[in-house]
Structure formats: C-alpha cells, structure tokens
Design a protein around this ligand. Sequence first.
Ligand code: R5P
Length: 279
Amino acid sequence: MKVVCTQASQVLGARLAGRLGVETIDVKFSRFPDGEISLARGETDGETVIVGAVTDANALVELLLLVDACDESTNTLVLPYMAYARQDKRFHPGEPLSVRAVARALSTGVDRVLTVNLHDPSTLTHFRVPAANVSIAPEIGRYLADGDGDPLVLSPDDGAMRFAAEVAAVGGFATDYLDKTRLSGDRVEIRPKSLPVDGREVVIVDDIISTGGTLAAAARMLLDQGATKVRSACVHGVFAGGALLHLSAAGVGEVVCSDTIERANSCITAADRIAAALE
Ligand code: R5P
C-alpha cells in the first residue's frame, strides 16, 4: 500500500503515510498553457490510498485527475473535507442536489471512500461505493485537555450537541449548547441553554467554521454575559471572507482547526483517526 495526495492535502497525506508506515507516491503537478490542470504520478504498488480535500472546484478537478491516474490500482479515497456537503437539500425546483453530484463524481475509479466529520453522515448514501465517516471529536477533546483551565464546551446549536459532548468527554469538561431566540427580524438573543458563563472560560466547538458569523455573534453575547475568555475549535477551517479577522474583532481569543483543510492554525491532526479506520 502507498499513499498519494493532492496539493490540498500534502501535510495530512504525509502524516497518514507515517502513521500507516507506508511510502508516499510523488506527484508532479503542472498546468497547460490554457490553465487546465495536469499531473503525473510516480509508481503505485497495486493498493493506493488517495487523500484529497475538496475545498473548491480546482481541488475537485485535481482529485478527479489523480484518481484517474491511479486507475490500475485498488483505491481507497480519503476525503478529509468535502465541499458542497452542506448543499444537501433542494429548496426550489430545478436546483441540483450538489452533495450527491460531488459524491457520484468521486465514486468513479475508487473502491471505497472515507470521510471525516461529514456535515451530515447520512449523505454517505450518495456515494456509489462503500463509504464511511470518522469523527475527530476525541482529537479536539485531547487538544483542549492538554491545555490549561476547565472550560465550558459549548456547541453553537442543539444539532452539534453530540459532537460537543464527545469533545468535552475527553477532558471531563462541562458541556452545553447555545439557545437562539429570535427577538425580531434582525435581532437574535443567544445564550447557553442551562449553564451560566459568568466568570468562566468558554470554548465553542463546531464541525465547520465558514464565515464565522455564527461564532462571532455567539462570542459577543458570551463576553457580554461575563465569560472571561472565548476560544473556538473546529474540524474544518474554511474561514471564508476574512472569518479569522471577524472572529478576532468579536473577541474570540484563539481559533484552532484540524488539518482536514491545511491552515496555519491547523493544530489538530486527523491522521491518527484516519489511519485507525484504514487499518
Ligand atoms: C452548520 O450547520 C455548521 O455546523 C456550522 O455551524 C456552520 O457551517 C458555520 O457557518 P458560519 O461560520 O458561516 O457561521
């Protein structure tokens, strides 16, 4: 078995190969004069783990090409992050079911798929090959437990409560979720469902931070309610449109994410959990 990765997942790909004790396959990435993506891989040995986060259209095309380049081996596709996974409903006639379109495209040429904290694991059914999802909530919990303090771990809504509970369990931290009450068309009140935050450090955990809008609003409210410090940890750091800057301006002290999307603040790795699932 060997590991090969796209440019979006070089750090995670190398870490995963290290955990599995196997070699990586080198890839030469280039572009045609018209901008089209091109690549050429080195030698496979018949069983290949292909790692590629789909962060945008270019990353998707690069991954599709890499899978095609490995068409002579038995392939496991590791999708650390899958863009379009949140587009899982049709709101109007004529709209695509985008998560299904991406899952179907990525099912060609692979024998199985492994995702990490897929936004809604029930969408695994859209793949046309066996697919499974792993959660790195315990790794996020370990990161928090290795730090100082006894934070209250909050999920931004009741939907993410299970994820927050898994994170909090590692360090034995208290956990709660934010309750959002709409006061008017443009005003909402956000507060922890049952636990007071006055005088406490809070860590808000979520699967994805995209624009950071949810988190910034929550942080302002929590600081107003007396929280001594607000930090955040997520699996997928999308950080669209200056999200980290907005979060800093809203008083969020630290934002960390994992290497499912490789960022400067990817302090947590998904490699161990993926390796365990593959073994
Ligand atoms: C939503 O269901 C997700 O779990 C996240 O809470 C959401 O994607 C965060 O989005 P944003 O950072 O843009 O508020």
